[in-house]
Every structure is written in structure tokens, then in C-alpha cells.
Ligand binder design. Structure first.
Ligand SMILES: [Zn+2]
Length: 102
């Protein structure tokens, strides 16, 4: 994620992937207040939709391996790769714009 103000890297991927930072953060370089642009929001929505659409398949996969433990937790684990790929795409194609102070 490049800062539109100073043109430097605004945030590391490991910080960015922690939910809230993706949508609103401060540039690590020039400290300007940044908010996510439209492509990040679109990517976020698509990732959620894909993850939800994979839920039935997660059930099938768990049934196939016959896991006896709390299934809801394993569903999250099965969905994590999909969510992570969505996050990586958001990181590659998304960006920030400068938040105007009101
Ligand atoms: Zn900056």
C-alpha cells in the first residue's frame, strides 16, 4: 500500500491484514491520515461473499475427514485461505486516499 501523499510504503502487509488498518490508518512515513479507496471495499465485500459461498463445501470437507471436534472452529480454518487470498488481492490492487480533515 503506497501512501498517496509521500509515495512511500504506508503500512506493512502484516499490519494491514489486521482488519481495521485496511480501512483507516496513518502513513508510517509521513503520518498523514489515510482511508481505503473503493477497490479495497469492493475486494472486502467479494471476499466475504466468496467465503460464505464456500461454507457448504467446508461442511462437506469436514464430513469427509470425519472431524469429531467443534465444527464451527474448523470452518473458520477451512475458510482462512480464501480470506487470506482475498486479503492479498486487496493488498495488491487496493490503495489509500488521503482522508480530508473536516
Ligand atoms: Zn505518507
Amino acid at each position: 500500500m503506497i501512501c498517496p501523499n509521500c509515495g512511500e510504503k504506508a503500512i506493512s502487509f502484516s499490519d494491514w491484514i489486521r482488519a481495521r488498518n485496511a480501512f483507516s490508518t496513518r502513513c508510517a512515513n509521513c503520518n498523514v491520515h489515510l482511508k481505503a479507496n473503493l477497490s479495497v471495499y469492493l475486494n472486502f465485500i467479494i471476499t466475504i461473499l466468496v467465503a460464505l459461498s464456500l461454507l457448504p463445501y467446508a461442511d462437506n470437507a469436514l464430513a469427509y475427514f470425519d472431524f469429531p471436534v467443534e465444527l464451527s472452529k474448523f470452518k473458520i480454518v477451512v475458510l482462512l485461505p480464501a480470506i487470506f487470498i482475498g486479503g492479498a488481492l486487496g493488498w495488491c490492487f487496493g490503495g489509500y486516499k488521503i482522508k480530508k480533515s473536516t
